[in-house]
Write a protein that binds this ligand. Structure first.
Ligand SMILES: NC(=O)c1ccc[n+]([C@@H]2O[C@H](COP(=O)([O-])OP(=O)(O)OC[C@H]3O[C@@H](n4cnc5c(N)ncnc54)[C@H](O)[C@@H]3O)[C@@H](O)[C@H]2O)c1
Length: 405
């Protein structure tokens, strides 16, 4: 693919190379010329490449790999073990192509490599401590400021991942990032503004990621909205809004995520990454007077399957998780606008006189007699990340309410 030799496109490739060559997870943060380095920098010389010049991305990756080769992987690892390191990339004329801080996370668990290189290895048979699969990885969660997204971000941060909370409500994302970092032993948690239905906003958010953490390992496309309405009455603008966020929004996020992950893969061809869409049980069966939402979720499963087929070449897995109702989240429990209040007031649940009646009605539809919680969804995320032999799936987490046929 055509690209340009700028720090934003070089950073994911560099992160990939360090994952692959030095078996170390790190963030690759763009550095301004005036910033000093804590110790001696690593230097790479890329011959024949001008700053900002158009270039094929595989050529750029090959040049970076060639320039890194003479450096001893063990030496890079020990430099990262001892703290922040600077990396300067120039051409043979001494022109700067990029300057980065390499911010070390952790050496890689050897099972990552074993899973990629010899998937039948008996040492992989026991799936130990599944939450470890996101340790030292970099995750990006849309709609991460509240509800399921916040639960997912919290779980990932507690499991040792660096987490990006991307939300249209930036103040809430910033406040939650701060709270989460304090709560999860100083975990690195960033907040970034995003409106998933606006392509330019999504592009800006991913550019910020590339400049700040270089790459990503896990993208959770969770932001979604619901506007219930009868097909006989729902205004087209409501239908469009739901689809703009849930369906087009997933396309926008998957597109920009995949571009970044592909660049990183050029550096790390043995590294698997994940795009996971938080779909819904309403993506697997119709939802009465809720067609806009169910349609957007059914459609997204078509996108998941199609993107999975295309992106498998770059070791990007694309899957959906289809949770049941999260009764404790704001969507249901908000005292003013939550679905419990709405369904009580509209008489949707026959004979219901209180919110508890509405809740009991919906819980009774679930064979396991309860709603879905954040940890239920998180376990599905860990499974999908750990499982390097599956893609394009829609995984129900519904307490038995929806069964695949
Ligand atoms: N709550 C449930 O019962 C339930 C059940 C199944 C699936 N889901 C799915 O889970 C996901 C999260 O749902 P929730 O109930 O936690 O939602 P929520 O309304 O509690 O939170 C959604 C978050 O997304 C953000 N957001 C909304 N529009 C956005 C946009 N255009 N760009 C970026 N961020 C945006 C909001 O600011 C908010 O922080 C959705 O995709 C939803 O369809 C929810």
């Amino acid at each position: 693919m055509n690209t340009t030799a700028i720090p934003e496109t070089i950073a994911p490739i560099v992160r990939g190379l360090i994952l692959s060559e030095a078996s170390f997870s790190c963030m690759v943060k763009a550095r301004s010329g005036s910033e000093s380095c804590p110790k001696e920098s690593l230097r790479l010389i890329l011959k024949g490449i001008a700053p900002g010049a158009p270039i094929d991305d595989t050529t750029l990756a090959a040049a970076l790999r060639g320039a890194l080769k003479p450096h001893d992987a063990q030496a890079i690892r020990s430099q990262l073990r001892s703290g922040d390191t600077c990396l300067d990339i120039e051409n043979e004329r001494g022109e700067t192509l990029a300057g980065f801080h390499l911010i070390p996370l952790e050496p890689l668990d050897r099972r990552y490599k074993v899973a990629a290189q010899s998937p039948g290895d008996p040492s992989l048979l026991s799936s130990t401590a599944r939450a470890q699969v996101v340790r030292a990885k970099i995750a990006f969660v849309t709609g991460g400021a509240q509800g399921f997204g916040a639960e997912i971000a919290r779980g990932l941060a507690h499991s040792g991942a660096v987490v990006w909370i991307a939300d249209i409500n930036l103040p809430a994302a910033q406040a939650f990032a701060k709270e989460l970092s304090a709560e999860a032993n100083g975990a690195i948690v960033y907040a970034v503004d995003i409106n998933v239905s606006d392509e330019a906003s999504v592009a800006r958010a991913f550019a910020t990621v590339a400049q700040t953490s270089g790459g990503l390992d896990l993208v959770v496309s969770n932001a979604g909205i619901l506007k219930a309405g009868s097909v006989l009455e729902q205004p087209a603008k409501d239908f469009r809004l739901v689809n703009d966020v849930n369906y087009l929004g997933f396309f926008n996020v998957a597109q920009h995520a995949a571009r970044l992950l592909r660049l990183q893969w050029l550096g790390a061809p043995d590294w698997h990454t994940d795009i996971i869409q938080i779909n819904s049980k309403s993506g697997l069966e119709g939802s009465n007077k809720n067609g806009a939402y169910a349609g957007s979720k059914f459609g997204s499963i078509g996108l998941v399957q199609s993107f999975a087929l295309e992106l498998v070449e770059y070791h990007i897995k694309v899957n959906a998780i289809c949770p049941g109702n999260f009764f404790e989240g704001p969507l249901w429990s908000d005292p003013q606008r939550g679905l419990f209040v709405q369904y009580l007031n509209s008489g949707k649940v026959p004979g219901a006189k209180t919110i508890e009646d509405v809740r009991a009605y919906y819980e009774a539809k679930v064979p396991m007699r309860r709603g879905c919680y954040g940890p239920d969804v998180l376990k599905a995320i860990y499974y999908l990340v750990e499982q390097v032999y599956e893609t394009g799936q829609a995984l129900p987490v519904t307490g038995g309410q929806v069964m695949l046929s």
